[in-house]
Design a protein around this ligand. Structure first.
Ligand SMILES: *Cc1c(COP(=O)(O)O)cnc(C)c1O
Length: 367
């Protein structure tokens, strides 16, 4: 049996049907209907944040957050990480802003706070770090730097669903945090996403900017597109939220088995869970040092593929090595580049059994 890198979390068909039955009765399919409102409240609760605004996907949530925070100005720069899914950078550039790439730290692959201040100029408007693999950025130091220089912080929290840092929901840090509910993420609404925020002033801006800029029913106050979440996705969200505990427990079991088998093997580097964070076990990244381990990342990927086991080079290439960003690459980011050449995300999902993890690890450890 083939093992894919992930497997979407889903409720039973019967449970989903029960959740969408009222939609068939009311014919209220979208436009912030009752299911949307219910899901939004449940999500605020679950994430431990004062407010969320729901979106049709995570990317548009991030793009709209940049607009809601009023960051768009000619020549404006946003300091961000090249070690991410390309969506993060696109959200900056599609808003007419320039990405300035800050290298990551080796310990957890998040933006290196030591390297941020050197990149700040009088054109900098914001910092956009990523809680990559669910590893929480140094929110304290990034927050202090932002306050000192009068910058906004938008976190790409696509990987950090449901996590807390020192007991606080991670969506409460910075000015805004995006979560993605894409089918491949820890929690999904098929496609979907949200912006979490604490300052209520952003509520109306987000609401208008995801709905054509319409202000008060008829007039448009801003030029904007459409990024609303519909009732069917919200219903999927309500169902999947109910099964989060099971989902995380299954992932944890597989994660722990990987650690038993691979942690401490010479030439392999696993990513330990962070001490102050309740983890969601979103990904299982392993870095391969070919000089010590004897095989490089791509050899391991190929050996796994021969056994119908599919890992993912996530993230490769680094964003500043991608064709569309080469001209904007700026200063080299050696840690991000080296990591992108070495890292492989192994299969991890709720139903992955310890026996399957053993099968995967046997292939990796084969000489
Ligand atoms: C998935 C992802 C996104 C985009 O989210 P979508 O819901 O797929 O639009 C953005 N950033 C990161 C880091 C992601 O992993």
């Amino acid at each position: 049996m083939a093992i894919l890198v992930t497997r979407s979390s889903m409720p039973s068909l019967e449970e989903y049907i029960e959740e969408i039955r009222p939609i068939f009765e009311s014919r209220h399919l979208t436009n912030m209907g009752p299911v949307h409102q219910k899901f939004q409240r449940q999500l605020e609760d679950y994430l431990g944040v004062p407010s969320v605004s729901l979106f049709t996907n995570g990317h548009l949530a991030l793009e709209t957050a940049v607009q809601a925070l009023d960051l768009r100005r000619p020549g404006g720069e946003v300091i961000t990480t090249p070690f991410t899914f390309v969506s993060t950078t696109h959200a900056i550039v599609r808003n007419g802003l320039k990405p300035v790439f800050c290298d990551i730290r080796e310990s957890d692959y998040t933006m290196d706070p030591e390297k941020i201040e050197a990149l700040i100029t009088d054109r900098t408007v914001a910092i956009m770090p990523v809680h990559v693999y669910g590893n929480i950025c140094d929110v304290d130091r990034i927050g202090a730097i932002a306050r000192k220089h009068g910058l906004k912080v938008i976190y790409d929290g696509a990987h950090a669903f449901g996590e807390t840092y020192r007991g606080t929901g991670v969506g409460a840090f910075g000015d805004a945090t995006m979560f993605s509910f894409h089918a491949t993420k820890v929690f999904n609404t098929v496609e979907g996403g949200a912006v979490a925020f604490t300052d209520e002033r952003y509520a109306q801006a987000l609401q208008e900017l995801k709905n054509f800029g319409i202000h008060g029913g008829e007039d448009a106050a801003a030029v904007a597109g459409n990024a609303k979440m519909d009732e069917f996705r919200a219903a999927m969200g309500i169902c999947n939220l109910r099964r989060m505990d099971r989902c995380i427990a299954g992932r944890k079991a597989a994660h722990d088995r990987y650690f038993q088998r691979l942690d401490g093997v010479a030439g392999l580097r696993l990513c330990p869970t962070q001490p102050d964070v309740t983890p969601n076990y979103a990904y299982l990244p392993v870095c391969f040092d070919p000089r010590i381990f004897g095989k490089d990342r791509d050899q391991v990927l190929e050996q796994l593929r021969e056994q119908e086991i599919y890992g993912r080079r996530y993230f490769y290439p680094a964003v500043n090595d991608m064709t569309c960003y080469r001209e904007l690459a700026g200063e080299p980011t050696p840690v991000a580049r080296e990591t992108s050449l070495r890292v492989l995300c192994l299969p991890l999902y709720e139903e992955l059994t310890p026996a399957e993890v053993d099968r995967i690890c046997d292939v990796i450890l084969e000489k």
